[in-house]
Design a binder for this molecule. Structure first.
Ligand SMILES: [Zn+2]
Length: 207
């Protein structure tokens, strides 16, 4: 599947699974030649088709005429420039994870899938304005060896060596946040012991 089709497929999936609404959030994918396919600015997900997906170079310049690339292009290209291993990025404002970002609180590892697919607790990158490369810089610091982080007062950034993996990390980040909030209503949520997190991570986690 070419990268524009991959971006379209994952965009439709984050919309249908309610990780995003309207045109908020964005998705990108890099191919082996270094070309990046990214969602356009200001087009609602339900209207999105493959011709709307923009291709850009590593500096964010469109390589053909068409839509304007996502306003978060500087964050995506910064991550791709600094991390040659990253080939896919998903950015959402999913509800429960965004609540953690507004509370400036990391999401702990309470479910094994967080260790297996994100790689550990999900840190918060300090606030930087949307649409800046500085947002990408703080996100990279928060990501370290994880597949997802929170952007303070904003949302989620998930990355992976494939776009599919980035999607999975974004989805699990939202589920982990939601389960924590629900469990807090029932009582006091319990974290997985550190050695268990390490065991699961060693067994299953890859970037
Ligand atoms: Zn955003």
């Amino acid at each position: 599947m070419d990268t524009r089709t991959q971006v379209l497929t994952i965009s439709k999936r984050i919309y249908s699974t309610r990780l995003v609404i309207a045109s908020l959030g964005n998705v990108s994918c890099r191919d082996a030649s270094g070309m990046i396919a990214i969602t356009p600015s200001g087009v609602d997900y339900e209207e999105l088709s493959v011709k709307d997906i923009v291709t850009i170079d590593i500096d964010g310049t469109p390589t053909q005429k068409g839509r304007i690339p996502s306003s978060e292009t500087p964050m995506h290209t910064l991550v791709y420039r600094e991390r040659p291993d990253i080939m896919g990025i998903v950015h959402t404002h999913s509800l429960s994870a965004s609540a953690f970002s507004v509370a400036n609180q990391e999401i702990p590892v309470e479910m094994v899938e967080v260790a297996a697919h994100v790689g550990g607790s999900i840190h918060v990158a300090p606030y930087r304005p949307p649409g800046t490369k500085e947002l990408g810089e703080v996100a990279l610091n928060a990501l370290k060896t994880r597949r997802a982080c929170l952007l303070q007062n904003h949302g989620v950034l998930a990355v992976g060596t494939t776009l599919e993996k980035a999607y999975k990390a974004a989805a699990i980040t939202e589920i982990a946040a939601r389960i924590h909030i629900l469990a807090s209503v029932l009582g006091r949520p319990g974290e997985l012991p550190e050695d268990e997190v390490k065991k699961v991570r060693d067994l299953y986690f890859t970037l």
